[in-house]
Ligand binder design. Sequence first.
Ligand code: FRU
Length: 608
Amino acid sequence: MMALLCLGPSVVQAQERQGVKVEFLGTNNTMIRITGEGKYLMLPIQDNGEEATLNLLVDGKQEKNFTARLAKNKVDYMVPLDLSSYRGKHIILDVISNQSRATVREAQGDACWKNIAMSDTFDISNREKFRPAFHHTPDYGWMNDPNGMVYADSLWHLCYQWNPYGSKWANMTWGHATSRDLIHWERQEPTILPDGLGMIFSGSSAIDHHNSAGFGKDAIVTLYTSAAASQMQSLAYSTDGGNTFTKYPGNPVITMETEARDPNMFWDEAHQQWVMLLAHALEKEMLIYTSPDLKQWTLASRFGKGMGAQGGVWECPDLFELPVSGSTGNEKKWALVCNLNPGGPFGGSATQYFIGDFDGTTFKADTDTTGTIPTKWMDYGKDHYAAVSWSDAPNNRRTVIGWMSNWQYAAEVPTLQYRSANTLPREMGIFKDTDGQYYLSSTPSPELEALRGGLHHQSRRFSLGKSDNTISLPTHNDGICEILVDLEARKGQVLTLTLANKAGERVVLTYDSDKETLAFDRTQSGIVNFSQDFPAVTVAPTHRHNGKLSLRIFVDRSSIEVFEKEGRLAMTNLVFPNSPYTELSLKCSKGKAKISNLKVYSLNTKTK
Ligand code: FRU
């Protein structure tokens, strides 16, 4: 008898569960057919896994193409793919994993397949101990730059670079939140989604008061970068107050041979034109364009080649005019904001700016007494990036918000459900210092005073010596608080303020009145070992020259922002203490220094 060997085609292995049928088509291709009801397909993610490419096919037509780190060994968290608008249709998710698998059987063992399911709900309740209590964060997923900020119909719109499918950078989409008071942020549907021209990188919005583009009077107009193989600039608009956006069919409106991104525009009333700055990233310059209608753009001038900090790519520009505080007459100056990565003063990303004059075509930066253009920083911490301002803010306010992280380690910080928060919103001003130079000032937006809960501590005036003067910090709401203090040092005195917890984790602020600097040491602040770039000491010039320094310090669950009372100094640093700081200790290196108006407010939690 001859044994019959059957070598026919192998049968596709399938697993069926909770509204999905998973078919294994090969070592790196799996097809998920939606067989049941539900609003979301829940995707299991392994935060450090490799990216798979996912194609969403609805009745055979590709609706979405995105990447996700589908879980191989363990599921760190789930993300929802909203399928509600395709009900009743044939839905297939075609997954191409880029991981090499020796056999189909091995591919079948991946953790994600056991967890993929349809669901009507997605739980966004916070699971993170480090999630800020009064800073904006996305409910889930990765966030970087703030985008398209505009004030319209009493609402502050804040869009942001968002990955809806994981807590690392990918699939750039404009997430969207709105607020009436810059404290409570309400999540809205994402405004601008990737399309055939690519992902949606950073950009800006403004109100078209004159209907210059023809989309309607007071339409919200938006310029953003379409990013795929190249970077191009595209236009979109909203005629329903920023709820939904329509992309201009003639996109892209600007193309070029080199990388350029993050268009930031404003209506220039004096010259009846739109002015737009575009970061010519690798050339480390800003391109200045003008347009009558947002569609036809003319390159008017270039700014910045070889100027200021040049250690990294130039990104996320902004340009605005402000009155000079304390000036007699009506002196005004222009500020050109240029975010830079890397090349910041303490490594990685940071926000530099130039002060000068703008005539509708050209920006001319002020020089110092030696004829050079000085490098100026908006914030002297490590975690202040992509800062740009709101358009059309009320009362001529120039309100700025940044991304509170650093490209050096943003993807590694110890959170999972979401990654990154925004800084506190800040009001910009311009002041002239004794060196004859103009500088930007940053003060916390006045709305933030409403966060104050009880006055936890108050001491009016005392002298400070070499031994620690220690007060307790509030403990409820995980110790979130605002600290105000006036320091008065004499020559040669160095004052330290230490925030510490029982485990000895601490942040040390050092005021050196001779050097006129304030330093922020987070080397022992808590969890610091997720990146060698995280432990750091950042140092700021105080721009105060009489030994007196009034500080305002905001302590949230994973950040500390320090401001000089008049905004002459701002410093933003993330911290990840294993438990909240419970004590504040002050001391002086020698002699006696004066401390007055030390106040600690506990703060209310207002945001997610
Ligand atoms: C700045 C940046 C921008 C770009 C965006 C992409 O952080 O690199 O230049 O538009 O992030 O997410």
